[in-house]
Design a protein around this ligand. Structure first.
Ligand code: ZN
Ligand code: ZN
Length: 219
C-alpha cells in the first residue's frame, strides 16, 4: 500500500501488519477477498511503528474490519495525534533522503487519526488471543515504540528494523533511518534469539536473517 508492504498473517483468524501510506487504502478490500479473508476474520491490526508510511490507512482499516489496533506506547502519539516527521538518517544517503522528503512530501501529508486499543508491553505479547500463533516483540531503535512479529516458522515481520528496497538500500540490511542504532542492534539480537529465520521488511522483499546477524556483528 504505497511504498510500504502491508502483511496479512492467516491463522484461526488473521492479523494485519502495518497500515500503509496515506491515501493508499484502495487495494485493501480486494486483497483481503483474494486471500479468502473477510473483514470480520481480522482479529488484530498491528502497527510496527508510527512513521507516516506505516500508519496512513489505519483509521480506514479499523473502520472496515472493526479490529482493534495494537501498538507500543512509545509510538502511540504518532497515530492518535498525527504529525508526520521524517526519521533521522544514519547513513549519508539516509541523511540526504530524510532532508529531501522533509522539505517536499512530508509537509503535505494528511494522516487520519485512529485510537490505539491494545498497548504492546515492553516484554511483548502473544498473538494467540487474536487467532494467530506467534509473538509481538518490542524491538526499539528505529523508533522508541517499534515492534516486530515472530511466527513459529521463524518468519519475522520487522517493520523498518531492516530494509531491502531501492531507493532505500541496494541490498538487504540495516535501516538507513533510525533514532538509536545501539538500541537497534540489541533489538536485532533479541529477534535472532527469538528464532527469526526469514526477515520480512516493510520495504522490499524477504531475506535470510543471517544477513542481519552479519550486519550487527560488523557494527
Ligand atoms: Zn519507519
Ligand atoms: Zn517505513
Amino acid at each position: 500500500m504505497g511504498i510500504d508492504n502491508v502483511y496479512l498473517v492467516k491463522g484461526e483468524r488473521s492479523i494485519v501488519v502495518d497500515g500503509g501510506q496515506p491515501g493508499k487504502f484502495g487495494p485493501f478490500a480486494r486483497k483481503l477477498r483474494q486471500a479468502g479473508v473477510s473483514p470480520s476474520d481480522i482479529g488484530l491490526i498491528v502497527a510496527t511503528h508510527g512513521h507516516w508510511d506505516h500508519i496512513g490507512c489505519l483509521a480506514e482499516m479499523k473502520q472496515y474490519t472493526c479490529a482493534p489496533l495494537a501498538m507500543h506506547a512509545g509510538d502511540r502519539n504518532s497515530i492518535e495525534a498525527p504529525n508526520a516527521v521524517m526519521p533521522p538518517g544514519v547513513t549519508p544517503w539516509g541523511r540526504f533522503l530524510s532532508a529531501l522528503l522533509s522539505a517536499t512530501v512530508i509537509p503535505w501529508l494528511k494522516i487520519p487519526a485512529a485510537s490505539v486499543d491494545v498497548i504492546v508491553p515492553d516484554d511483548g505479547m502473544s498473538l494467540e488471543p487474536y487467532g494467530v500463533s506467534g509473538r509481538v516483540l518490542h524491538t526499539p531503535g528505529h523508533t522508541p515504540g517499534s515492534v516486530s512479529i515472530v511466527l513459529p516458522s521463524g518468519d519475522a515481520l520487522v517493520g523498518d528494523l531492516a530494509m531491502n528496497r531501492i531507493p532505500l538500500r541496494l541490498s538487504p540490511g540495516l535501516p538507513i533511518f533510525a533514532e538509536d542504532m545501539a538500541q537497534l542492534k540489541r533489538s536485532i539480537e533479541k529477534l535472532l534469539a527469538a528464532g527469526a529465520k526469514t526477515i520480512y521488511p516493510a520495504h522490499g522483499k524477504p531475506f535470510p536473517a543471517n544477513v542481519l546477524k552479519s550486519a550487527v556483528a560488523a557494527m
